[in-house]
Design a protein around this ligand. Structure first.
Ligand code: GSH
Length: 201
């Protein structure tokens, strides 16, 4: 059975939410989040990172890779356009934009403001990170399209990847009324039963 190592308010939310959307059986192992200091890959999971997914001998610790792996192996053609379909391009773009581009400045903001005690020495860096994070939000807002989801009528794993990024952006004060389409989109995300089940766990 799939085994997901999870800590609340971390990127493992993405995998947990995806598994709830797919209604797949899995074992959830909730671990404490150890505040990173100089020790990295030191979380209480097989690869030291959160999320970590175990599927027999397969052990993965990159949320986007885990999402793609689960869908390819167990998704039964759900939550993603078929490989080779034209809409697959937009899907992959948003799936990876969520972690690779939009989350990047947010992650450094979290690092500087929550895990270090010298944020006041980095005022211009913090300003730059907030600006970059806001540009990421503006990009999604501008290219969101008609909705209700990133691929239009089809809810997909790209929404799952993006949902966590928007949660972090909102908690950091980066996502607000400046982005009305994103605020509406985020309300739709929060209204999904599988999202709510994941947050409760
Ligand atoms: N790009 C990876 C990042 C994974 C990651 O850094 N996870 C954080 C929790 S959200 C973590 O394990 N931090 C502890 C550490 O860096 O040692 C992903 O998308 O899964």
């Amino acid at each position: 059975m799939l085994k997901l190592y999870h800590a609340p308010r971390t990127r493992s939310q993405r995998v947990l939410w995806l598994l709830e959307e797919l209604e797949l059986p899995f074992e959830l192992v909730t671990v404490p989040f150890k505040t990173p200091s100089s020790d990295f890959f030191a979380q209480e999971t097989p690869l030291g990172k959160i999320p970590t997914l175990e599927d027999g001998a397969v052990v993965l610790c990159e949320s986007g890779a885990i999402v793609e792996y689960i869908l390819e192996r167990y998704g039964d053609n759900r939550l993603a356009p078929a490989i080779g379909a034209p809409e697959r391009g937009r899907y992959l773009q948003w799936l990876h934009f969520a972690e690779g581009t939009a989350y990047l400045p947010l992650g450094v903001l979290v690092w500087l403001t929550r895990y270090r005690d010298d944020a006041e020495k980095h005022v211009s860096l913090l300003e730059d990170l907030r600006h970059r994070a806001a540009c990421g939000m503006a990009f999604i807002e501008e290219h969101f399209g008609e909705g209700p989801w990133l691929l239009g009528e089809q809810f997909s794993a790209a929404d799952v990847m993006t949902g966590f990024t928007l949660t972090a952006a909102r908690n950091l004060g980066v996502l607000d009324e400046r982005y009305p389409a994103l605020m509406d989109y985020f309300s739709r995300i929060e209204a999904r039963p599988a999202y709510q089940r994941a947050m409760q766990r």
